[in-house]
Structure formats: structure tokens, C-alpha cells
Design a protein around this ligand. Sequence first.
Ligand SMILES: O=C(CO)COP(=O)(O)O
Ligand SMILES: O=C[C@H](O)COP(=O)(O)O
Ligand SMILES: [Zn+2]
Ligand SMILES: [Zn+2]
Length: 331
Amino acid sequence: MAVSYKDLGLVNTKELFKKAVDGGYAIPAYNFNNMEQMQAILQACVETKSPVILQVSSGARNYANATLLRNMAKGAVEYVKELGCEIPIVLHLDHGDTFELCKDCIDNGFSSVMIDGSHHSYEENVALTKKVVEYAHAHGVTVEGELGVLAGVEDDVVAEHSTYTKPEEVEDFVKKTGVDSLAISIGTSHGANKFTPAQCTVNEDGVLIPPMLRFDILEEIEKRIPGFPIVLHGSSSVPQEYVKMINELGGKMKDAVGIPEEWLRRAAKSAVCKINIDSDGRLAMTAAVRKVLTEKPGEFDPRKYLGPAREELKKLYMHKNIEVLGSANQA
Ligand SMILES: O=C(CO)COP(=O)(O)O
Ligand SMILES: O=C[C@H](O)COP(=O)(O)O
Ligand SMILES: [Zn+2]
Ligand SMILES: [Zn+2]
């Protein structure tokens, strides 16, 4: 039997995006795979009074099990009430690659899905996205499409080089497909190794500064589809304190560079109304777990290292909501 997101107390992205575009901030889209990540996200968003998009990749569904994830999302709505603030919660499929996967999520309580047809030809992308939109809209679910390909690892898909979004395609794409939001490629990419040191310049403090995002492309897109909700994937900043911690505590992360928070702040003020962050959370948890296991080698209770990891993650998300995305106090 199909389960509607409405029965779970979740919301789609429609109103949230409208307010975010008008208000000059972005809604956080944080990926989760397990209970501690979900708790950290919800606690951080309740404490900062921020709306939130709980983001699930197909990898996460395989890892955690789709039924369990859905029931966790149902629990999320009750949990935030218990915490004392009923923030709007979206359950979103990240990087859906087939109609069947999107349909399965829509039939199982997701309030929003992404169909990433960006790896197909333009015509195929339009046809696939339109098909998902028709099914989703019949169920009140909102849809994110994508134009342009991000460099780095996208789920199972590896894009060696990014292809920037062509502004001259966006109007036609939005009109033909009926999507509710559009992910674009302006120089961000997935993972912790977004740029090689050779691509970066070094500032006076010895910090690697990556090549500037193509804000000119974003501006051109905004001119062509004014006020239309834009999504930025691959937006982790790869905090160097976490990379350093991981490496000092026995890890081996080489050349990890992300998107400066200043640039994300600038993007959030534009039509960019959803910013995807996954890798930074992975770094925060890994650094915290390594710290506990190094300092207390006799520790073997998972709560003793996953608990501090959850705390570190919550701190990171609160920082993002308040200092970077501007979503704090917008719930
Ligand atoms: O775009 C993302 C999820 O869709 C996450 O990007 P990061 O790898 O930069 O966190
Ligand atoms: O864009 C990809 C997200 O970071 C999810 O990653 P994943 O497929 O490893 O769960
Ligand atoms: Zn893509
Ligand atoms: Zn992504």
C-alpha cells in the first residue's frame, strides 16, 4: 500500500523555496544514512529554528533499508515536536537516476525527489524529467531536475570534468519539464577532493583557494528564469581543521579542498535556495570518532564514539544554518 508524505507530516519544497528565494537564504539539504546523523540534523535545525531537507541517496537506501529510512522520517516529525519546535521537514531523494526509483520513493512517503537526467542527452533529460514530474505532481510531490554535470564522484557516476550549465537551455528545460527546482553546475563538485592544489592559488595564510565559482553563469540563469529556485550540489567546504585532525590521528586524506563558505553565503543570497552538504558531515564524524578511539584505545561501546561524533556533527550543522545558509530562524 502506498504511503503519502502528507500522512507522515512532511512537507514538499514549494512554500519553503518560495520563502527562501524571496528571503535571500538557502534551505540546508543534509544527507543521512543512520540514526546519529538524523539526530544531529534535527537537533541542529530545531535549535536554530531552521527548515530542513533530509536527503537520502540511493546508496543510503541500500545501506539503511528503505522501509527503516521512511519510518525514521516519520519519527523525525514526532521527534522535533518533542524537542519543542515543529520545523518543516522535507524527505528528499538525492540523485534519483530512474523513473522507477523516483516512483518508489513517491509511493513510500518522500515529499520531494531529484531526477538527475544530466548524464543523458538534453532531449532524454527533458523526457525523463517530464515523466517524473507528471507522476510526482499527481501526488503533490515536488521535483528537482539537473542541467550541467558536476565534476567529481556523483553517486555511482563519475564525471571527470564538469560541464557548466548552459544558461540558454534553462528556460526551455523548465517550461518543457515542469520541474519545481533546478540543480546547476557552476564549478562545485562532490566529495572532499573538489580541486587539486595545482588548480588552486595560495593566500597569505597558506590556505588553498580554489578557482572562483562561475557566478556569471548563475546570474545569467537568474535573468532567464527570474525567481526560479536553484539548487547547488557539491557544496561542502571541507573544513581544514577536520582534515588536519583526521590526518594527525592516523588518517590519510590527501589534497582535500572544498568551497569557501564566503562563496556559499553569496550563493544563498541569490536564487539558490537549496544547498547540498554531505562530505563535511562525514569529515566531522570521522574526526570525532578518530579522536575518541585514539585517546581511549580501550573504548568499545559504540555510543562512546558515535555520541561525540553526533555532537560534532550537530555543531557543524548549527554553524552552517546560522553563518553560511542564513536558514536560522526561518522555520
Ligand atoms: O551534492 C551533494 C549531495 O547531493 C553533497 O555534496 P558534497 O560532497 O560537497 O557534500
Ligand atoms: O551526491 C552524493 C551524495 O553525497 C550521496 O553520496 P552516497 O551516494 O555515497 O550516499
Ligand atoms: Zn548530476
Ligand atoms: Zn549531489
